[in-house]
Design a protein around this ligand. Structure first.
Ligand SMILES: Cc1cc2nc3c(=O)[nH]c(=O)nc-3n(C[C@H](O)[C@H](O)[C@H](O)COP(=O)(O)OP(=O)(O)OC[C@H]3O[C@@H](n4cnc5c(N)ncnc54)[C@H](O)[C@@H]3O)c2cc1C
Length: 464
């Protein structure tokens, strides 16, 4: 095999390539649970689109696979490199090219993190509203996974914010699609097909993202309920109320207990209610005008009480922020509690109660423990799976995925398929669609060099 690190150094210079013992183990995995890390043969740090195009050309010529990497916070193993493959790290393509306040867009290189973009937009009174739980994630990674997060119930997910892309195809060709406009009917929408493709079709080198006004007033309401089904049954009415909530999250009893203890939350819930509550709903409202927010709080509190909430607490700002931050940490808490896997099936929001009933039955029949919280407003249920036996775990997760699909949902709402969920996707997905995906993959990446073996297997290109 060619000296891949040497070849890459000829393209980008020695200081932008790591090979052999220089490569940190961090580059061998993302944050998905239970997967085997794979060390790449090299890590390359392009600094421009031209660098990326030349790296792709070299991969085609010398037959090595490329796995794009943003910040490595993914939860599906999609940033684990192929065997004998190369990681293309975008951390040095991290420039905010422009915050265009007249057209309400930001143009960014893929390595910019959510945190950096948030800081840059704040000074203009604007916001990029996609907030998946990990703000160190890169925009390139967000685009590639179609990231969601808690605010999707109001603003939608990444694909609703991506107006345009520059990308390098698996052929090495550089394309631009979309732009600083909100509509176009001018041929197939390549922006949308690349968004969510988990680095398998193209390497994103620039993204044009929609910005929104940053609303100054927000309030967090916490509503404990006596049962989990009551919580989830309340959700459709809240979403349909016209209050346009920023977040609608459910948290089950076990997850709430962990969040309170790990994050040391002071929510001032009276003991009588704490003892009765089996699940919680967290709703965040935002507004441009303080008085209007106050009116909406009253309407929402009445609505929650009418739907069975044991009480409704309007949290002080510091407690509301602490609860949302703790909710963002739910993954780390599940991991440290020993969860073997995380599932993020999405179902139509009105189906959540019936779906969770079925999940409980599946957990009981396999002797497993399943706990969770989720973006209830989107029907996106995040479940931590505790089952040490791999066969039972696989049976349980197959059952969970099949139930989600039967209820009209999908295997993953936002984490993506990567390598960790592809077996489950293959079991429930229409073979005609998978065959079409394969043909699309070949059109973008005829030699199968981009993240092979991710989402689905393409026989002749799979290297892991
Ligand atoms: C604590 C925690 C909470 C989280 N909460 C959420 C949540 O609420 N919602 C949510 O959606 N996700 C969540 N995630 C998952 C993760 O943050 C997202 O998937 C994020 O989009 C990954 O970004 P990244 O930069 O880390 O990508 P990486 O993990 O580096 O890569 C992810 C995928 O994107 C590809 N990729 C990266 N850059 C490019 C590029 N320039 N071109 C083409 N492909 C590229 C990679 O090949 C891979 O397929 C959470 C993760 C953690 C650890």
């Amino acid at each position: 095999m060619a000296d891949v690190a040497g070849l890459l150094a000829e393209i980008v210079g020695d200081s932008n390539v790591l090979g052999g013992a220089q490569i940190r183990e961090d580059f061998s995995h993302d944050e998905a649970l239970g997967l085997t890390p794979v060390m790449p043969v090299a890590v390359v740090f392009p600094r421009s689109t031209a660098d990326v195009a030349r790296i792709v050309a070299a991969a085609n010529e010398h037959h090595f696979a490329l796995t794009a990497r943003g910040s490595g916070t993914g939860l599906s193993g999609a940033a684990i490199p192929a065997r004998d493959g190369v990681v293309v790290s975008f951390e040095r393509m991290n420039r905010i090219i422009e915050v265009d306040t007249a057209n309400h867009v930001a143009v960014v290189q893929p390595g910019v993190t959510l945190e950096e973009l948030d800081r840059a937009t704040e000074e203009h009174g604007l916001v990029y509203p996609v907030f998946p739980g990990e703000s160190s994630a890169s925009l390139g990674g967000n685009v590639a996974t179609n990231a969601g997060g808690m605010r999707a119930v109001k603003y939608g997910v990444t694909r609703h914010q991506v107006l345009g892309l520059e990308a390098v195809l698996g052929t090495g060709e550089v394309i631009r699609s979309g732009g600083k406009f909100v509509k176009a009917t001018a041929g197939y929408d390549l922006t949308q097909i690349i968004t969510g493709s988990e680095g398998t079709l193209a390497l994103v080198t620039e993204a044009t993202l929609k910005l929104h006004p940053r609303l100054p007033y927000a309030a967090t309401l916490l509503a404990p309920f006596a049962t989990l089904p009551e919580v989830t049954r309340a959700v459709p009415a809240i979403v349909a109320s016209g209050l346009s909530p920023l977040m609608v999250e459910y948290i089950d009893l076990m997850t709430m207990a962990s969040l309170i203890s790990v994050a040391n939350l002071e929510l001032a819930i009276p003991p009588t209610i704490k003892d009765t509550a089996q699940a919680y709903l967290v709703v965040v409202l935002e507004d441009r005008i303080d008085d209007r927010l106050e009116d909406d709080i009253v309407v929402l509190a009445e609505m929650l009480t009418g739907r069975g909430a044991l009480d409704v607490f309007v949290l002080p700002d510091y407690a509301g922020s602490a609860l949302i931050e703790a909710r963002e940490q739910a993954f780390w808490i599940a991991k440290s509690s020993g969860a073997e896997d995380i599932v993020d099936v999405v179902v139509p929001r009105a189906q959540i109660p019936a779906y969770l009933d079925e999940v409980s039955a599946l957990a009981a029949t396999t002797g497993s423990w399943v706990a969770g919280c989720g973006h209830a407003g989107d029907g996106n249920v995040h479940l931590s799976v505790f089952q040490a036996d791999p066969d039972k775990r696989s049976r349980l997760i197959h059952g969970i995925m099949a139930a989600g699909t039967r209820f009209g949902g999908a295997v993953s709402g936002e984490h993506g398929i990567g390598v960790s969920k592809k077996e489950y996707l293959a079991a429930v997905e229409d073979p005609a669609k998978i065959a079409l995906w394969r043909r699309i993959k070949v059109a973008f990446d005829p030699n199968g060099i981009l993240n092979p073996g991710t989402i689905f297997d393409l026989e002749e290109t799979t290297r892991r």
